[in-house]
Design a protein around this ligand. Structure first.
Ligand code: 5AD
Ligand code: SF4
Length: 443
């Protein structure tokens, strides 16, 4: 008889959370919990939450609210809330959602199986939100026959020390802690031996990698990339995310001379106005940012740049917003994620008076997004006629078509009757540009 139980994990938010969910699935599998896509069948449910913006938090609460009934029907069902909302809300989460059994902050997820057992015995919710200054997340070392996807994230650091005034991350994920270089190499080497072809090095602020380590063991982020790039079998390396203030020339040089480092850089700018950047505590001016962009493009003319932008930060007036629009016009990003400002207690900006109405935030956001959409299409058109190397992702939704990702991180579809495997590299000539993707022909 099969005695396995089923676990359903819902993940909101960033790649850090996606990675954390994989770790939790891995830990729970050891306890005989088999992943299921069907929440109604689950014996245990983990809602891995994000609190970076108000909307993300609301989504998590709405899912949790809807689980109340399932718990009434099945009192043995275990419901855990993890991630940044769990860290932030702690006890308040149980008060609001009494059917939740377990509230676990991001730094405690490695204890999950033990906590599930403890929660089972308790009639009130268990809350585990202590923060630690050690790197505690276990390595991901799957067995060779586990059939891994062709690309994986590898966490190189957790936490953030920057305290941008709008941002909750330093509170929910704690101070910066770098993972030991030897651990990272061990994990990447193992993944490569399992057939993984692409690695994304992950951290809130990867440029500060190693800053918290002692002098003798310190490795800088560019050094780390060079080491990982040498690992046999790794065809492509990406990383995210960077704060522009820490973007060094040494890192820019990596794009010029490491073949398998992909030509894409996500460089969040947040605003085009120096006044607002200062209030955001971003520690760079737009002039400095633009100098870095120009230099990066000298080292790597083909690099695709993407960014994050917040509109409606407290005090942002029409002139500040225009400065952001001018910046977007000037840099001509290949893509941008843009958001309406929302205040996230206890981040410092909650003390700033909100001066931009909800309607005005929406107006600014749609002006920005409409213009960026056009620029993205213009950028896509620049690729027409060029040959790009794609890493195959799989069959596209359209019959007879395949889908791959370029080094510049663009999705490219092409027709072929051949059979490809995910992770395989092919060359295509770009024929057509759409808003969200490109089309090409195999050569
Ligand atoms: N309001 C709106 N957007 C935010 N971001 C972070 N905090 C907030 C906030 N309080 C955005 C930033 C960041 C991205 C991950 O989310 O642009 O780069
Ligand atoms: Fe938040 Fe700023 Fe740290 Fe990014 S660098 S996680 S925006 S505090």
């Amino acid at each position: 008889m099969n005695t396995s139980k089923h676990i359903y994990i819902e993940t909101f938010g960033c790649q850090m959370n996606e990675r954390d969910s994989e770790i939790m699935a891995q830990l729970m599998e050891k306890e005989d919990f088999v992943p299921t896509e069907d929440i109604a069948r689950a014996d245990a449910i983990i809602v891995n939450t994000c609190s970076i913006r108000e909307k993300a938090e609301q989504k998590a609460y709405s899912l949790l609210g809807s689980l109340r009934r399932q718990k009434q029907h099945n009192p043995d069902l275990l419901i855990a809330v993890t991630g940044c909302v769990a860290q932030q809300e702690g006890r308040k989460m149980i008060a609001r959602m009494p059917h939740v059994d377990l509230v676990v902050g991001p730094q405690n997820i490695y204890k999950l199986p033990l906590l599930f057992n403890q929660a089972k015995k308790k009639d009130k919710g268990l809350i585990v939100t202590e923060q630690s200054s050690a790197f505690l997340i276990p390595p991901f070392l799957p067995s060779m026959d586990q059939g891994l996807p062709h690309k994986r994230f590898v966490t190189i650091m957790q936490g953030c020390n920057n305290f941008c005034t709008y941002c909750i991350v330093p509170y929910t994920r704690g101070r910066e802690v770098s993972r030991a270089k030897s651990e990272i190499i061990r994990e990447v080497s193992h993944l490569a031996s399992c057939g993984v072809k692409e690695i994304t090095l992950l951290g809130q602020n990867v440029n500060s990698y190693g800053n918290d380590q002692s002098k003798d063991e310190r490795t800088s982020f560019p050094e780390l990339i060079r080491i990982v790039a040498e690992i046999k079998g790794i065809e492509r390396i990406r990383f995210t995310t960077s704060n522009p203030k820490d973007l060094s020339e040494e890192l820019m040089r990596c794009f010029a001379d490491i073949d398998n480092l992909c030509s894409h850089f996500h460089l969040p700018v947040q605003s085009g106005s120096n006044r607002i950047l200062k209030k955001m505590n971003r520690k760079y001016t737009i002039e400095k940012y633009l100098d870095k962009v120009a230099k990066l493009r000298e080292y790597s003319p083909e690099i695709a740049l993407t960014t994050d932008i917040i509109v409606g930060f407290p005090g942002e007036d029409e002139e500040d917003f225009q400065a952001t629009m001018n910046l977007v016009e000037h840099v001509r990003y290949h893509g941008a994620f843009s958001f309406k400002y929302s205040s996230r207690p206890p981040a410092k900006s909650c003390d700033f008076k909100e001066t931009v109405s909800v309607e005005e935030k929406s107006r600014r956001l749609s002006i920005l997004q409409d213009r960026q959409k056009e620029i993205t299409l213009e950028r896509h058109r620049e690729y027409i006629g060029q040959v790009h190397e794609l890493m195959i992702e799989g069959e596209s939704k359209v019959d007879g078509q395949w889908c791959g990702r370029s080094r510049t991180n663009h999705t490219v579809n092409f027709e072929s009757t051949m059979i490809f495997t995910p992770g395989q590299l092919v060359n295509v000539r770009i024929d057509e540009a759409c808003y969200n993707s490109l089309r090409g022909s195999l050569i």
